[in-house]
Write a protein that binds this ligand. Sequence first.
Ligand code: C5P
Length: 393
Amino acid sequence: MANKKIVLGITGGIAAYKAAELVRLLQKNNIDVQVVMTQAACQFITPVTMQALSGKPVFIDMWDASIANGMPHIELSRQVDAIVIAPASADFLAKIVHGGADDLLSTLCLARDCPLLVAPAMNKQMWENPATQRNIAQLQADGISILGPDSGEQACGEIGLGRMLEAQDLCDLVYAHLSPKPLNGQRILITAGPTLEMIDPVRAITNLSSGKMGYAIAQAAFEMGAEVTLVSGATALKPPLGVNNISAISAENMYQTVMQNVANQNIFIGVAAVADYSPATKHSQKIKKSEQTLSIALNKNKDILADVASLPNAPFCVGFAAESENLLEYAESKRKAKKLPLIVANLASDAMGSDENQVTLLDKNGAHPLANAPKIAVARGILQHIAKCISSP
Ligand code: C5P
């Protein structure tokens, strides 16, 4: 994504402290941030903090003579790709519903010619109040994006809906909003993580997959406009926002879940490290350690990816090959055996559990290496290649 710019508007609420972390995360993602605060916001976090983090002067005052032409409300909104209000207080939301413009931030919202995204933050009774709910419905009808709110413990000690989303979630949603959408209208089914094959109630066969690569692909597919269904194996990761997540712990469970959801999918990406075998007998009670040696008979599991690829009207199927040697050779033979248009080859030592990955894409035109990078960047690269493949097969 080419460099983008936003105005981050901060209004008066205790969640204003999360805006400091949000600025840092947005900048890490090459999103340039101009902070504008209301007077009330300055009671919760200082402009000095926001200025130090954003590296730019913070604007608060309508009558700030330092902004070009003496027209800050026009000047600030014309230079940016979006205005993001985080936190957005109940009062500020009520004001912009009616086109109120009595301070710099609300005037900026009224005069904007770019998208507006708001992250509500308030006590649960304030959020549930019919007045707030009417305002939210009106803002949605006006094309304003509502980010959250989340549910959980609130500053006042109550528990419920109204918490502002965490900075990382907000950053991901803003990034997705600003991203190009080459996968608009595409439905993508993704498997991720390891499977768990139970031996008895407390023991299982699994592998070292963390699920991070599959989750990164799901997040990148959502950013690029796809409708994403993620079938997750045994991982503790938090599913990306905007993705339909279905948990499937064993290989058989994952097979059934994929088959139930594959109809009408345009793309299937098998990232999961599915166990090749599972115990022939599942003991209902814990096995006692009485014997000197113990043998467990294993049955071969069905290959989800190969079966999806051989369906009539199969989606565009993408596999992953994690190998410890002869990477490209083994990956290419897997691609042919499973009849896949595309396979992603990576060394198990690079991929398993780490936050970065180095992959090579193999298709009918040969090998396309991608640079070593964080998994989210690699995921974006893989999906850009898939978008190209399906637009010109
Ligand atoms: O395990 P293998 O190396 O054959 O995995 C290659 C690809 O096949 C991966 O994309 C994996 O998700 C998929 N696979 C599957 N079902 C299996 C085994 C592998 O979908 N039972």
